[in-house]
Design a protein around this ligand. Structure first.
Ligand code: MG
Length: 168
């Protein structure tokens, strides 16, 4: 079978808001709103991105790679998880080509934080910021994340066989 050089993946994650938690999205601390409940830092955007990358490579999802039953991941900075996901991809001979991310939240306003999020994610992904799409939408008051009960994130990515493996 000829090896496919490019593959797509998608990821989705939801976390509920929780008082007295720090809100971290896309690796950026957002001070104007309560944070999200979760075993790690609950960075739903990075979690969705990790699942998109893992899915594209045909690897087990984030819950299998970093189980929430493992105290090693308690309150962990999700950027560390994303770095490990990129290492797993490299071992499977893949690198990201581009990613596109959507945050669904009634609040807070996230667009002002997009440049910082892109700056946080780009070096980990090994991509220029132009290869990172980032959007936010409300849910028009519908469903849990429209009621302001939490944040949902969607991610899609393209990965390709890393250049050093192409001639094998
Ligand atoms: Mg999560």
């Amino acid at each position: 079978m000829t090896e496919t050089r490019q593959r797509v993946g998608m990821g989705f994650d939801v976390h509920p808001f929780a008082a007295e938690r720090a809100l971290v999205l896309g690796g950026v601390r957002i001070r104007e709103h309560d944070g999200l409940l979760g075993h790690s830092d609950a960075d739903a955007l990075i979690h969705a991105l990790c699942d998109a990358l893992l899915g594209a490579a045909g690897l087990d999802d984030i819950g299998h790679q970093f189980p929430d039953s493992d105290p090693a991941y308690a309150s962990i900075d999700s950027r560390i998880l994303l770095r490990r996901v990129i290492e797993l991809l490299r071992k499977a001979a893949y690198v990201p080509v581009n990613v596109d991310l959507t945050v669904i939240a009634q609040a807070p306003k996230l667009a002002p934080h997009f440049p910082a999020m892109k700056a946080a994610l780009a070096p980990i992904l090994g991509l220029p910021t132009e290869r990172i799409g980032l959007k936010a939408t409300t849910n028009e008051g519908l469903q849990s994340w429209g009621y302001g009960e939490g944040i949902a994130c969607m991610a899609i990515c393209l990965i390709e066989t890393a250049g050093q493996y192409l001639d094998r």
